[in-house]
Design a protein around this ligand. Structure first.
Ligand code: AMP
Ligand code: MG
Length: 431
């Protein structure tokens, strides 16, 4: 592909709010083609993105059945204002349909889930019936007013009618979805192929964990936190390791990344002070914008499409800040949802919890701040309370590790007083 087409991503520096950056990313993305899907057994489909609507081949339930343990009979037999007395004429179990029909003045003992016999449309629960004699042949008394015609019958197709969509394409498959599909008698699902995400860290000072740590150096943590975040989305990581601050090394890793992956995530090396060759090299491969997003942590950010030899679809570059917390926060703020969209998913908006801040938080308007925090049930008055989890320095991973949430203070928002409600992104589900 030679032309990436007109793009909203002007190269060069741009100052953007978090919302503007999210919108610019969303406007640019082109998801994987639906043709890149395959059929998978249900047991392997959890967490994958559904590629085509699932149309129910059957009615659910497949037949009228009893919602209760009790006696099935024709509701028309119910007398108004007087007891109804019916003669029991057999018993019907789940999985063993009744062969005869229920005659007028009769009923049959029925188990929950058993098929409604011909001639019956109502079930009186066991505890509302007085039985005189054997349950299968005695007299069943129903007091007036305890039951109405048609009650306790589950109708064929009431949960899902044959030919209706049970699940729609773009869904990230959850346990209940797989149960639902199995309940339709299906054994496989058409799912998108997993997104391939190349990941590398940059910086001469960054060292592979396990190696000795020379003076002035730091172990690479970003590849591990970001790699885990990507894998938790059900995607494949192509680990391209550590890359020196060197044009040749960067050029060759970018070449390899676009050959192998749909997305390239880098950390470090996109700050204003960083060497210009990053921009030059990326500019050679595509149309990458370098943004100053009004947020904390995580200001420098690069995003845009890179050309892939022999492919129509580009590889999407996300250049994250090197600071370990900033790298993760920008991942959650911009990359997570973008990856889901690229993978063919239709992600639901992230649920945002409102919690009372245990203490005052200083904040200045004009940028979005993400603060590491611990959300817990409020000691008094119900609801949730949130407190910051420690030092908020952009490199302090410990307070990120101890946190279970991010407090998100919006662009226009000022300082927060103790007890004031704040918006919170829970890590549960997010990470
Ligand atoms: P940079 O964005 O390259 O200017 O890096 C900002 C800060 O993050 C510097 O202190 C780097 O040492 C640190 N840093 C960059 N990459 C990593 C990494 N992969 N793991 C841990 N720290 C990093
Ligand atoms: Mg660096």
């Amino acid at each position: 592909m030679n032309e990436l087409g007109p793009s909203p991503l002007a190269a060069g520096e741009r100052n953007l709010s978090v919302d503007e950056a999210r919108a610019a990313i969303a406007a640019a993305l082109v998801p994987l083609a639906r043709s890149e899907s395959r059929e998978l057994p249900l047991a392997e489909a959890a967490g994958r993105v559904l590629a085509a609507d699932v149309i129910s081949p059957i009615d659910v339930p497949a037949y009228d059945n009893s919602a209760m343990d009790g006696y099935a009979f024709a509701g028309a037999a119910l007398a108004a204002g007087a007891p109804t007395v019916l003669r029991a004429a057999g018993i019907v179990f789940a999985g063993k349909p009744f062969t005869g029909a229920v005659a007028t003045g009769h009923c049959v003992r029925i188990m929950t889930g058993a098929m409604m016999p011909v001639g019956a449309d109502t079930v009186v629960p066991l505890e509302l019936a007085q039985v005189d004699g054997s349950p299968e042949s005695g007299l069943v008394n129903i007091a007036p007013g305890v039951i109405r015609p048609g009650e306790n019958r589950r109708r064929q197709g009431e949960d899902l009618a044959r030919g209706r969509p049970a699940l729609t394409a773009g869904r990230v498959l959850r346990p209940a979805d797989l149960g639902l599909v199995a309940s339709l008698g299906m054994t496989t699902l058409r799912v998108m192929r997993p997104l391939r995400v190349a990941l590398f860290s940059t910086g001469d000072e960054v060292v592979e964990p396990g190696a000795p740590l020379p003076a002035g150096c730091i172990y690479d943590s970003n590849r591990f936190s970001l790699g885990a975040a990507v894998r938790r989305l059900g995607m494949e990581v192509v680990d391209l390791g550590l890359v020196r601050d060197d044009p040749q090394a960067l050029a060759s890793v970018v070449q390899r990344a676009v050959r192998e992956a749909d997305v390239v995530i880098t950390s470090g090396g996109v700050s204003a002070g960083d060497a210009d060759y990053t921009r030059e090299i990326l500019a050679r491969h595509g149309e990458v914008g370098f943004w100053k997003v009004a947020m904390r942590p995580g200001r420098p950010f690069a995003f845009g499409p890179l050309r892939r030899p022999g492919s129509e679809a580009p590889s999407w570059l996300f250049g994250l800040p090197g600071n370990p917390v900033a790298a993760l926060v920008t991942f959650y703020a911009f990359v997570r949802e973008a990856l889901l969209v690229l993978a063919g998913a239709a992600p639901a908006p992230l649920p945002v919890l409102t919690a009372r801040s245990a203490a005052a938080i200083r904040k200045r308007p004009g940028r979005t701040e993400f603060q590491r925090a611990i959300v817990e049930p409020a000691a008094e008055g119900g609801g949730w309370q949130v407190r910051l989890s420690g030092s908020q320095g952009a490199g302090v991973l410990r307070s990120m590790s101890e946190a279970n949430a991010l407090v998100v203070l919006g662009h226009g928002q000022g300082s927060v007083a103790a007890g004031e409600p704040v918006a919170v992104w829970l890590f549960e589900g997010l990470v």
